[in-house]
Ligand binder design. Structure first.
Ligand code: PLP
Length: 360
């Protein structure tokens, strides 16, 4: 079976974990601090705060900006559910703006239509590793005095206008095993604002800066030194992983060219795409996925249901009509693109897809 995702873990990661375990310092410690510094430098931000998931990074980013009950946050309906859920956790209301049909990212024109006096923030998602239209989004945010929190959980190192994602507003990254780099579970908040970084670090540790003095309500959302040690190694390998993902995507796009049912991923001007997923659009999506499964090729649907259509959101009264997102949910299919694929794997994916379309 060719899997849809596979973490790249080797001797360096194992040695790094062993070193931490041998030290006896296994909770948050010096490795976390070292990882924060390295990650903030990589992203081009002044500060970073490591946490135990991407979801925690999103949640803390909202709290650190003081977003809560009575506030509205405009976000994408076409994402992993954690994006919108992080807004619900704070008591604020997620407001969905429809997406662009080519990048699957939030459409700046649709954001404009959703702004009300209650709007406090915009939370774009850089889906599949392709940056959202940050030029337009930052302009809207400037004009309407809105906070920008970027869900960069799928886009480590991706650039828009030669600037890395997560450095436009407050960034949130995930290091889940399927992401472009991993720490097992883990996440990171990035920011240029000292007060946001300080608040984030307090919120992740029960609202405390000085031991047993609790200035605000916080949680336990800390990263361990075990996870940070893995993260430091993975960060050093990230550019190599990304280059392989980009090369794999090129091979897939070249191989699939000419199949009229398949719309390959686009890369917009002024953007780099780090191919967390290689996602095509196909009307025969479900049949193609079933055929590839028979050929032992794993695929994924990211995502089969728009967030506003999920039962948990229907129950909250969401009845939006967001046709671009709903259509994408019916047609997208992710093919394997991860750096563990061999040339032969890529050829098999292309040949099997061609075979499927040749038979009808
Ligand atoms: C993975 C992901 C998250 C959540 O990250 P976790 O580390 O799993 O909590 C949030 N948003 C998007 C777009 C993601 O892909």
């Amino acid at each position: 079976m060719i899997p849809i995702a596979k973490p790249m873990l080797g001797k360096e990661e194992i040695d790094a974990v062993t070193e931490v375990l041998s030290s006896g310092m296994i909770a948050q410690g010096p490795k976390v601090e070292e990882f924060e510094l390295a990650f903030s430098e990589y992203t081009g931000c002044e500060y970073a705060a490591a946490v135990n998931s991407g979801t925690a990074a999103l949640h803390i980013a909202l709290l650190a900006h003081g977003i809560g009950k009575g506030d509205e946050v405009i976000t994408s309906p076409f994402s992993f559910i954690a994006t919108a859920n992080s807004i619900l956790y704070t008591g604020a209301k997620p407001v969905f703006a429809d997406i662009e049909s080519d990048t699957y990212n939030i459409d700046p024109e649709k954001i404009q239509e959703k702004i009300t006096p209650k709007t406090r923030a915009i939370m774009p998602v850089h889906l599949y590793g392709h940056p959202a239209d940050m030029k337009a989004i930052m302009e809207i945010a400037d004009d309407s005095k809105l906070i920008v929190i970027e869900d960069a959980c799928q886009s480590h190192g991706a650039e828009c206008l030669a600037k890395r994602v997560g450095s436009f507003g407050t960034g949130a990254f995930s290091f889940y095993p399927t992401k472009n780099m991993t720490t097992s579970e883990g996440g990171m908040l990035t920011t240029d604002k000292k007060e946001i970084a300080e608040k984030a670090k307090m919120i992740r540790a029960h609202g405390s800066k000085i031991r047993y003095l609790h200035e605000m309500l916080g949680f336990n959302l800390r990263m361990t030194d075990i996870a940070a040690a893995i993260g430091l190694v993975q960060l050093g390998r990230l550019d190599g992983f990304t280059a392989t993902r980009q090369k794999n995507a090129e091979i897939l796009s070249a191989g699939l060219k000419g199949i009229s049912d398949i719309v390959p991923p686009v890369i917009k001007a002024d953007c780099t795409h780090v191919f967390h997923q290689y996602t095509v659009r196909a009307e025969k999506r479900d049949q193609l996925a079933a055929f590839l499964k028979e050929k032992e090729i794993g695929t994924g649907v990211h995502y089969p249901i728009s967030i506003h259509k999920q039962p948990v959101y229907r129950e909250l009264g969401y009845e939006d009509s967001l046709p671009v997102s709903e259509k994408a949910a019916e047609e997208v299919l992710s093919l394997p693109v991860h750096p563990a694929l061999s040339r032969t794997d890529l050829q098999e994916i292309v040949e099997a897809t061609k075979e499927f379309y040749a038979k009808d």
